[in-house]
Write a protein that binds this ligand. Structure first.
Ligand SMILES: [Zn+2]
Length: 1184
């Protein structure tokens, strides 16, 4: 258990201030006393032989720690008599040999240490009202020292890959010479003698159809108008000839069709699958975006697809297929590998990187995780070489030739070849010429790869939707194949194949078993961002496009996770008491819908913000609908778990509890529910979906400014009242914000109770001090208990908590610098900047970022500034054009107290072709302008600012965090949603907040991005000081433990569930604590997901199964940073399942592949499971 200290309220309230002289005298006495202990106490005792060496060392260490802490106290400016008296007393005892006093001394010092940095007047003094008001001080969490084994993981040598993408970036010139017919490559030559009848070029032509689940049409319209026809034609057309093959990827569409077809058709599909004519590739719900998607959602949509496939068809995909995502993350390679895949294929990689790899024939490689220590993450990856995945760019280097082999474009079709030479149908008279022309392209393409097995895809967007196309493609190609295969002297064997057919032949040709690294293939580590398809057209715009929906996505994601976990728990408890009233099917229905809606949005035109406006609305409605459903599942499950009389629980009628906020529509901002309180206590449930205990600042909106809040133990806790701002300098008369710090157990629920009390009668209730600067009106709101001051401050101003003092510029109200409790001073100069659009033929749009040069700072001059100071939370609000900007410091013992919280509401609806970014200039000396950005919230990737690349190329996706650092300090920016990030100058970091673009960027969307909304975003700035010099491998970066946990806390806030006044009454527990052993700090519960029925029929699909998937992620952290503000303990990645849950018995447990397709082995629940660093493990558990 963590060392957890109470605030010693009674003691602290007696504290009186002393003068600086008295303080100095105190310190002087203290230091002298300590010196005395060192010589007389310790040495003396030792000589007398009363202490052995071990105790003596520990004693000495304790003294050292004390001395360090006392040194910190010296730095504070206000001290008090009482403390020193107590310290002196205990020191005196120590000198006499009474060691029991040492711990007491430690406590006293700790309490002083956690005191506010400076003893500036808090609200009570400013307001001068309640004289009995009790001082609030922050409790302190301390994590016991992280064991060295845990620390050293980040420092262990990694298994270096042959090709490191960071090195490729360093070496590659990124020039763009004209390569001839292969514009971005070169004129490929080959020696025809390399093939003969014993050594044939083996060509697999792989028919495919790329079906976007939403882009220019909605998911449903695409299904009805196009995709359904593909499936309908696929079955009879494949059946016509056993040599025909087809691959398909998106299960969102496929499952839709499956539910429409009869048994006979289903059997025909199953036959095609078992004969290997039809192959499901990847088998995710969608072909996920890899820049903005979080690994939670990437895994979830994979599970949804794989569970459907396995349950419905008994199909387990082996090969990944990602031809359209706009850049690739190594996280996806990892997820596929751990799902049991051996192979994968990617396409949209920077043209210059493709050329670089192709020149060394490294277009196929074993993609290795950069943190891999034994090669177990290697997965064979095929990179397509040319511009696109359409037929003109896949048969060989010359699109004018390849286009002639897209028989959908035969004369008479609406599809044409832009190179002006149309295809001709194959017949006996032209087959020789046609076949050898195509063979020439195949041979040239094969020169880019190391083996004699060649992959040639044959398809495009929404292809094979008519029977004619099937006939045209298959018949004409078969004639060519027959011709080529009948002439052994050509040394070629051609056939239709699936993706796995191709990889199987490749392994065979190299004499290795499936999935084993062929000796000719190199290993590669790193990722493939930022993508450019031509010239300086970098696809870094979509890292930010439609940020409103990127925000909604992450909100929905955290709600889904929370709902999954609490539903799984509630279901187990309901089963335990054989409940007949727990509505498991209703909730499962909502969960399955939510999984599928979130999955759908991970599509590479969903979360990317690259679909048509009305398609975005369709996604938005799905997310919004599911968000409401999930809130209801969370609320009801929490009610059930907290109910003392579970048999009386009913899911009908008025709910016991309300949700805490509502969104009226998919495009509106949430509104906090007003909690109406009176003299009666009104319960509010607070649910923590994370598997470790947490303390965190929460806020409620209530109708009374004077309240009393009691925690689960019935103690009155400290609360703070703040105005509820309506606009500018006006706040509400009947709505107030109440802030307090809530404590909730791992996966637990705590009941807090709130009631109204008479004016200023609660000594633990504090009123925030409000100061307005640059007030626009003569009469700002000023309603008691608030006493609003108009500031005449001419200097900079600041707010602070127990760890941080933040200073702001008075003319802009923006953050300037931060002083930490250790005395270190850091420049953090925050500005907003604006990018324009390049004046060229092609301009910025949904995909592309093409700025007109460097960003220009936004002029901020004397905006309205609200300064709200209080003992529990302090905030600065700055209202500037386009942004409402809030900086917050919470006096919370949790991770939220350790960072600067930033919340913006951005509104650029009136701008023309502009993009707005938040920029922070620091004094961090990051060498070589190196910085780190995360990949899908799973791992950190090293980045470097390159002058040889245009500005837009130096923008990267940021899913959850980025940091830059020097030998002493690291600044991490944690984000609640995906956005683009860059570090363009030394010590600088900037995040794109929103983009408004008045034109299309010529990538098929056919519109600009003009559906901007009032868009929220949220960040935490974490400044960390290195304890020891940097020794870790600079190629890889790991967040600190505090940074990991802060990120989880930011993304998964506590759920507030207020009592519905109109709901019925019921007996409630004070607390629900399901875990007997919370998970250690370094293990994150990714999900606890009840498995849905194997049968996806409408009647059965929502009956939950008895098993659940528990997914655990072992985090690796850089432990050269201090660990504080956490209430969890590290355990070197060890867990014992049996010890996890209090009341629930584990029937059995199996380790499985990531998406549960492959069961590995049954585990003994009482055995110690050792999770490996960085790994995500899935277990199938049955709870009793
Ligand atoms: Zn696509």
């Amino acid at each position: 258990m963590p060392r957890y200290r109470n605030s010693l309220d009674g003691w602290r309230s007696r504290v009186k201030k002393v003068s600086f002289i008295q303080y100095l005298f105190g310190v002087f006495v203290l230091i002298n006393l300590l010196t005395l202990i060192s010589y007389r106490g310790y040495i003396g005792t030792h000589r007398r032989g009363h202490l052995n060496l071990k105790t003596a060392t520990r004693f000495m260490q304790s003294l050292d720690t004390l001395e360090r802490k006392i040194k910190k106290i010296e730095e504070d400016t206000v001290r008090n008599h009482e403390v020193i008296k107590q310290i002196k007393e205990t020191v005196r005892k120590l000198v006499k040999g009474d060691n029991t006093g040492l711990e007491r001394l430690g406590e006293v010092v700790d309490v002083v240490h956690t005191q506010r940095l400076t003893d500036r007047p808090v609200a009570t003094v400013v307001q001068g009202i309640a004289k009995d008001e009790e001082r609030y001080s922050v409790m302190k969490f301390a994590v016991s020292e992280v064991e060295h084994e845990v620390c050293s993981l980040a420092e262990k040598p990694i298994l270096t890959a042959d090709i490191k993408m960071s090195q490729v970036f360093d070496e590659n010139k990124f020039d763009d010479p004209d390569g001839g017919v292969w514009k971005q490559g070169w004129d490929i030559q080959y020696n025809v003698n390399q093939w003969n009848q014993n050594n044939k070029l083996q060509v697999f032509v792989v028919p495919h159809s790329h079906t976007d689940p939403g882009w220019l049409r909605t998911f449903e319209d695409y299904y009805k108008l196009q995709t359904r026809k593909i499936f309908e034609n696929m079955v009879p057309k494949l059946e016509e000839d056993v040599r025909r093959k087809f691959i398909y990827a998106e299960i969102s569409f496929f499952s839709l069709w499956w539910n429409e077809i009869d048994e006979a058709m289903r059997n025909r599909v199953k036959r095609l699958l078992s004969k290997g004519q039809l192959e499901i590739v990847t088998g995710g719900w969608v072909m996920t975006d890899e820049a903005n998607a979080h690994y939670f959602a990437m895994i979830d949509q994979l599970i949804e697809g794989h569970q459907w496939l396995d349950g419905t068809l008994g199909v387990k995909p082996k090969s990944g297929w990602a031809i359209d995502p706009f850049g690739y993350s190594s996280t996806m390679a990892y997820l596929l590998k751990r799902s049991g895949f051996s192979n994968m294929l990617i396409q949209r990689v920077h043209y210059s990187i493709k050329k670089y790899l192709a020149q060394q024939r490294n277009m196929e490689f074993m993609w290795r995780q950069q943190w891999d220590r034994d090669g177990s993450t290697d997965i064979l990856c095929h990179l397509m070489p040319f511009y696109s995945y359409d037929i003109p760019h896949t048969c060989g280097p010359d699109p004018a030739v390849c286009c002639q082999f897209d028989f959908r474009r035969l004369p008479g079709s609406s599809y044409k070849c832009p190179w002006k030479i149309s295809p001709v149908a194959i017949h006996s008279l032209n087959v020789q010429e046609r076949a050898t022309t195509l063979l020439d392209q195949y041979r040239k393409k094969s020169q880019l790869y190391k083996t004699n097995v060649l992959f040639v895809p044959l398809g495009d967007d929404f292809r094979y939707d008519t029977p004619e196309e099937w006939d045209k493609q298959f018949n004409n190609y078969q004639k060519i194949f027959d011709y080529l295969n009948s002439r052994p002297e050509l040394g070629v064997q051609t056939q239709f194949g699936t993706l796995t057919d191709y990889f199987t032949a490749l392994y065979k040709s190299q004499g290795v078993a499936d999935g084993v690294k062929p000796s000719t293939v190199s290993t590669l580590s790193g990722d493939f961002f930022t993508y450019a398809d031509r010239e300086d057209h970098y696809w870094s715009g979509y890292f930010t496009s439609r940020p409103f929906y990127k925000n909604l996505d992450r909100l929905m994601e955290s709600h889904l996770r929370s709902a999954e976990v609490i539903f799984s728990l509630a279901l187990s408890y309901a089963r335990k008491v054989s409940s007949t009233t727990f509505p498991s099917v209703e909730f499962m229905t909502k969960l399955v819908e939510a999984r599928r809606n979130l999955g759908l949005f991970q599509h590479h035109d969903g979360i990317t913000g690259t679909a048509k406006d009305f398609v975005v609305v369709d996604y938005g409605q799905r997310l919004h609908g599911s968000l409401n459903d999930l809130k209801s599942v969370i609320t009801e499950c929490a009610t059930y778990l907290m109910s003392d009389e579970k048999d009386k629980y009913r899911f009908k009628g008025a709910p016991f509890f309300n949700v805490d906020e509502i969104r009226e529509s998919q495009d509106s901002l949430p509104k906090k529910m007003l909690l109406e309180v009176d003299a009666e206590f009104r319960p509010v449930l607070i649910y923590n979906s994370l598997a470790h205990k947490r303390s965190e600042l929460v806020k409620l909106v209530v109708n009374r400014a004077d309240v009393e809040v009691r925690d689960a133990a019935d103690n009155v806790i400290h609360t703070q009242a703040e105005p509820f701002w309506v606009e500018k300098d006006q706040f509400s008369r009947d709505k107030f914000k109440i802030a307090f710090v809530a404590d909730v157990a791992a996966l637990g629920i705590s009941q807090y109770r709130i009631r109204a009390v008479s004016y200023r009668s609660n000594p633990k209730h504090h009123v925030a001090a409000v100061t307005l600067m640059n007030c626009p009106s003569l009469e700002p709101s000023n309603i008691p208990p608030f006493d609003v001051k108009k500031s005449m401050e001419s200097e900079e101003f600041h707010i602070e908590n127990h760890l941080i003092k933040a200073t702001f510029a008075k003319d802009t109200g923006l953050l300037k610098s931060v002083v930490k409790a250790d005395g270190s001073v850091h420049t953090l100069n925050l500005t907003f900047v604006m990018y324009g659009v390049k004046n060229a033929k092609e301009k910025s749009g949904a995909y592309l970022f093409l700025p007109d040069g460097e960003a220009k700072p936004m002029i901020v001059s004397h905006p309205l500034i609200r300064i709200i100071r209080g003992p529990i939370v302090s905030e600065v609000h700055v209202l500037i054009q386009y942004v409402e900007h809030v900086v917050r410091l919470s006096s919370s013992p949790g991770s939220d107290g350790a960072s600067v919280d930033i919340a913006n509401t951005v509104d650029i609806r009136h701008l023309f072709n502009n993009e707005i970014a938040l920029r922070i200039n620091t004094n961090i000396d990051n060498q070589d302008r190196v910085f780190f950005t995360d990949l899908n919230g799973f791992q950190m990737q090293r980045r470097k600012m390159y002058d040889k690349l245009p500005l837009q190329a130096n923008y990267y996706p940021m899913t959850s965090m980025a940091f830059l650092e020097d030998g002493k300090t690291r600044l991490s920016i944690l984000t609640k949603q995906s956005l683009g990030v860059a570090s363009l100058k030394k010590g600088q970091i900037e995040v794109m907040l929103d983009r408004r673009l008045n034109q299309d960027d010529n990538r098929g969307l056919g519109q600009g991005v003009l559906d901007n909304k009032k868009t929220p975003n949220r960040f935490r700035l974490l400044l960390e000081t290195r304890k020891s010099p940097q020794t870790t491998n600079q190629a890889i970066g790991y967040p600190s433990l505090l940074s990991h946990i802060s990120s989880f806390h930011l993304v998964h806030p506590l759920h507030m569930i207020p009592k519905n006044t109109k709901g019925p009454d019921m007996k409630l527990r004070r607390m629900f604590v399901p875990m007997s052993t919370p998970l250690p700090c370094e293990i994150h519960l990714v999900n606890l997901r009840t498995m849905q029925n194997r049968d996806d029929s409408p009647e059965l699909k929502h009956v939950p199964r008895e098993t659940a998937a528990i997914i655990l992620h072992r985090l690796v952290h850089d432990c050269s940073f201090e660990t504080h503000s956490l209430s969890c303990l590290p355990s070197n990645g060890k867990v014992i399942f049996k010890n996890m849950f209090k009341d629930l018995k584990l029937k059995n447990i199996h380790s499985t592949s990531l998406t549960l397709m492959h069961v590995h082995k049954e585990l003994d629940p009482s055995s110690v499971i050792q999770l490996q660093p960085m790994e995500i493990n899935t277990y199938r558990i049955a709870l009793d």
